[in-house]
Ligand binder design. Structure first.
Ligand code: ADP
Ligand code: ADP
Length: 228
């Protein structure tokens, strides 16, 4: 579903962020990228939605080279969740959630109905929370809106960068469990960056363990932990 072929990224200042990455994420699989700060995890992920362009190699999503895919179409195919959720502060929760459908030109009523459905799915009653502004939510609730927004246009691929990093450990564990339950229903193809090995183990079907600019091991949590 996502395929990296000899992908490298050298930034303008000469920093090599990743080098010769080749790996695949299967349809419906959740791969966690784990490793110390600065080893290239975020760069890897942001090349998939073309927020960063690779210097060498290519990335295929669902068989097509993303360099040839229209940017709006790429938005439809790939949802993105980040730690600092980046909700629009002057838009309601419902309008925030409907962002991508609106960009894709859906009719307003359909986009809002879809947004309400997604809020429901992530455990926020749209009748209660839909009309609120982001500042009127707790951190955990904002993360949920971030997930709802990323899923609104039903993209087959989801990129998640420390999606549960900004909340306290108790809320984090609850969000992780809820997300796993959601994932078992929606089966997205997911790359998830984390620096938390526990999160990587708990959430990943497989774990990509990063060293400097490359993947040193890509295997199941069991194999990575060395348990029989
Ligand atoms: P991680 O997500 O694992 O923390 P990153 O992918 O953010 O790692 O960064 C990988 C390397 O690339 C680091 O050395 C980082 O300093 C460098 N880097 C990231 N973004 C830029 C940039 N815009 N310009 C130059 N170097 C960058
Ligand atoms: P969560 O476990 O999802 O992080 P919290 O325990 O932080 O939720 O919040 C509990 C309740 O307080 C929530 O129902 C939320 O709506 C409400 N709440 C939190 N922060 C605010 C705020 N700034 N304005 C209005 N309501 C808030």
């Amino acid at each position: 579903m996502i395929r990296f072929e000899q992908v490298g990224k050298v930034y303008a200042d000469g920093t090599t962020a990743v080098d010769g990455l080749s790996f695949e994420v299967a349809e419906g699989e959740l791969v966690t990228l784990v490793g110390p700060s600065g080893c290239g995890k975020t760069t890897t992920m942001m090349m998939v939605n073309r927020l960063i362009e690779p210097t060498t190699g290519r990335i295929l999503v669902d068989g097509s080279d993303i360099a040839t895919v229209d940017p709006v179409e790429l938005r439809r195919r790939i949802g993105y969740v980040i730690q600092q959720v980046g909700l629009f502060p002057h838009r309601t929760v419902l309008d925030n959630t409907a962002t991508v459908p609106a960009l894709l030109g859906w009719k307003r009523a359909r986009a809002r109905a879809r947004a309400a459905e997604l809020l429901e799915l992530v455990g926020l009653d749209p009748a209660v929370y839909g009309g609120r502004y982001p500042a009127q939510l707790s951190g955990g609730q904002r993360q949920r809106v971030g997930v709802a927004r990323a899923l609104a246009a039903d993209p087959p691929v989801l990129l998640m960068d420390e999606p549960f990093g900004a909340v306290d450990p108790v809320v984090r564990e609850r969000l992780q469990n809820e997300f796993l339950a959601l994932q078992s229903a929606v089966r997205k193809t997911i790359l998830m960056v984390t620096h938390d090995i526990e999160e990587a183990v708990r959430m990943g079907d497989r774990i990509a363990v990063y060293g400097q600019g490359r993947i040193e091991q890509l295997d199941t949590p069991r194999a990575v932990l060395g348990t029989p």
